[in-house]
Design a protein around this ligand. Structure first.
Ligand code: CA
Length: 246
């Protein structure tokens, strides 16, 4: 599978947090979401919801406005004020005919609303829609393009092109390449690369870096027996030389 395909497959099913104090409605929403393979968390009030969101960020929130304690609108505002949760999709549940709630909710940053009593099918469709929009937005935000000479890297879709030809990199090769282009010219030791690209929690031998560099060179160098882009700095490590791209 190519990296682009991997990026397409968003891993596990989306997790939705349902914030509603009325048990019947919460259970109804949960049931319908689970029928559609969503994973569901529940909270009965704003404080519990806020706590849950910070511990295990959901992919979307279904938020009732009428909650004991912290009202839905206040929670909405709080989530929007925090950079970690600013983009979290929020679907509001509002009481029938309460125009004021709807307008306020959208002003406070909700992405969409459903009026009670709602059809479960519509609710699920709306959640899908806010999730889709959020995905498009985050792909656009996280997708800068690196382009120099014969090399083009799309950071959002994980696609790498050399002379217009797509190269199939594994995830770690891609991350190593991204690290190199973002930190040109500086020399990094194998241990530093392990820390910075693989992460400290992973136990891998420094030799792993050499293996990945070798594979990466095969993909992006003109002649991988005479590398010009990823240079070996003897007894130190590696450095990326974008000058060779022209
Ligand atoms: Ca309620």
């Amino acid at each position: 599978m190519s990296l682009a395909e991997l990026a397409e497959r968003k891993g596990p099913n989306p997790r939705v947090l349902v914030v509603e104090d009325e048990d019947d409605i919460r259970t109804l929403v949960r049931y319908n979401l689970e029928q559609e393979s969503f994973r569901v968390d529940e909270a009965r009030d704003g404080a519990e919801a806020y706590d849950l969101i910070r511990r295990r960020a959901p992919d979307a929130v279904v938020l009732d406005l009428m909650l004991p304690g912290m009202p839905g609108l206040e929670l909405c505002q709080k989530l929007r004020a925090d950079s970690a949760t600013r983009a979290l999709p929020i679907l509001m549940l509002t009481a029938k005919g309460s125009e004021v709630d709807r307008i306020l909710g959208l002003e406070m940053g909700a992405d969409d609303y459903v009026v009670k009593p709602f059809s479960p099918r519509e609710l699920v469709a709306r959640i899908r829609a806010v999730l889709r929009r959020a995905q498009v937005n985050s792909a656009a935000a996280a997708g800068p393009i690196y382009e120099r000479g014969r090399l083009r890297i799309d950071m959002g879709t994980y696609e790498v092109f050399v002379d217009g030809q797509e190269r199939q990199l594994c995830l770690r090769e891609f991350e190593l390449l991204r690290f190199f282009v973002e930190h040109p010219m500086r020399v990094y030791s194998r241990e530093q690369l392990l820390d910075l690209v693989w992460g400290r929690d992973v136990f891998v031998e420094p030799r792993t870096v050499d293996v990945h560099v070798r594979r990466l060179r095969r993909q992006i160098e003109r002649d991988d027996s005479k590398p010009e882009l990823i240079l070996t700095v003897r007894s130190v490590g590696y450095r990326f030389n974008p000058e060779a791209l022209g």
